[in-house]
Design a protein around this ligand. Structure first.
Ligand code: DNO
Length: 403
């Protein structure tokens, strides 16, 4: 393997309102941008004009919009209710227009009701940086005491419930309100203005939709859009659930290796692929991260690299990219080997594009305007990208020497 066969490096950019600019992204050494048209409401078709304008704006900064993160899947498609056929038709239109504009990888997720969930957005680390953290006790407090979801007690142990009550009663009303607002507002790149009642309505839409049925809805979604993606030269990449287990009683179907293997089997096409996200998948210790790459690498269309540190009681936080509970070099090596195999078989899409997923708030991040979305600081992600670059350059040189 030659050292030239590095994965391309990208950074997520939330568009013109992002406090991180494209010229700053360029100085991180990234060449690719993961971006979305966040101002288009979920479910509407993206216009060719808006796509081309965004593509050209990014190109103007010497970067390339190679990955869309994300084209969101409207809730009606996940529940197969209401005007889901219209939303499917809109999705197909968007894929056709992206393909025509040369933007060829599209990330989406199939998380019901919510996007990702964290409980602490400013977890202070010993070195003074801040990380994102997930604490099941705080989720229990939200679920039992703020949302008051019927049956929620079944999802938590008596000890978790007691800890949740103790936590909640120790919080002043203002801290409870802030915690509720933060939990409702964690949709990337948009402010949906969801309320507790709005969330209750969203959850109610999944009454009677257990995992098997949601999986069937995912299959029907793929059958409806993959042929269009294929014809448009677009490759889809499903993002894993974050966290990869049920929250608020919702079903989950993109959490484990078995889930991913099932998804790629549903519609056997290179256009039906995966966004391999080590942070999301790694929040379950039973996911074998390098093994997933070795077994499913052929279908990986986008890569997010980040490491979580597991703590007692199901708590996890986002560690530095080369620290935490996972073996990042083993994952990077497996990805480089997947690329080498694809290259040998002359696959046009052999080259993978990675981005550092999230970063700490550190150094001058504290002096800058807040990131567009928690986890998307500039300096913290720059550190992550630089460390990942070191690992992949070092490993690819060693692999080339031993080839
Ligand atoms: C969080 C992200 C997710 C991801 C979407 C993909 O930082 O990894 O919000 O972009 O779930 O659709």
């Amino acid at each position: 393997m030659s050292v030239r066969n590095l994965m391309a490096e990208g950074m997520r950019w939330f568009g013109p309102t992002d406090s991180v600019t494209l010229s700053e992204i360029r100085q991180t050494g990234a060449t690719e941008v993961f971006s979305s048209l966040h101002d288009v409401p979920y479910g509407e078709a993206w216009t060719s004009e808006a796509i081309v304008a965004r593509r050209d704006e990014i190109a103007h900064s010497g970067l390339r919009w190679s990955v869309v993160e994300s084209v969101p899947v409207h809730e009606s498609i996940k529940t197969r209710t209401g005007d889901f056929e219209t939303h499917l038709a809109n999705y197909r239109l968007t894929l056709q227009r992206l393909g025509a504009a040369g933007v060829t990888v599209v990330i989406y997720n199939f998380m019901p009701g919510m996007d990702w969930v964290r409980t602490d957005l400013h977890h202070r680390l010993p070195d003074g940086a801040e990380a994102l953290l997930y604490d099941p006790v705080k989720i229990a407090a939200f679920d039992l005491l703020a949302l008051g979801r019927p049956g929620a007690e079944r999802d938590f142990t008596p000890a978790q419930q007691a800890a949740a009550r103790a936590y909640w009663s120790a919080q002043p009303a203002s801290a409870r309100d802030a915690f509720i607002a933060q939990t409702l507002d964690l949709f990337p790149g948009v402010r949906l203005g969801l309320t507790l009642d709005g969330l209750r309505t969203r959850l109610a839409a999944y009454a009677g939709i257990e995992a098997a049925r949601l999986r069937e809805h995912l299959r029907l979604f793929l059958e409806a859009v993959v042929p269009t993606a294929e014809a448009a030269g677009v490759r889809l990449a499903v993002h894993p659930d974050d966290p990869p287990f049920s929250v608020f009683g919702l079903p989950r179907v993109v959490s484990t290796e078995a889930d991913l293997a099932e998804i790629v089997r549903m519609v056997p096409s290179p256009a039906n692929g995966l966004c391999y996200c080590t942070g999301s998948l790694g929040a379950r210790s039973d996911n074998d991260l390098p093994g997933i790459v070795r077994r499913l690498g052929e279908r990986i269309n986008a890569v997010h690299l980040r490491s979580v540190q597991h703590e007692a009681g199901g708590v996890f936080f986002e560690a530095n990219h080369l620290e935490g509970s996972m073996d990042m070099p083993a994952v990077v090596r497996a990805l480089l080997e997947v690329q080498a195999t694809r290259l040998k078989t002359k696959r046009a899409d052999w080259q993978l594009t990675l981005r550092p997923d999230h970063g700490h708030m550190m150094l001058d991040d504290f002096k800058r305007p807040a990131p567009a979305c928690p986890g998307y600081s500039l300096i913290g992600r720059l550190r992550g990208l630089a460390e990942l670059r070191g690992v992949q350059v070092g490993l690819s040189s060693v692999l080339a020497a031993s080839a």
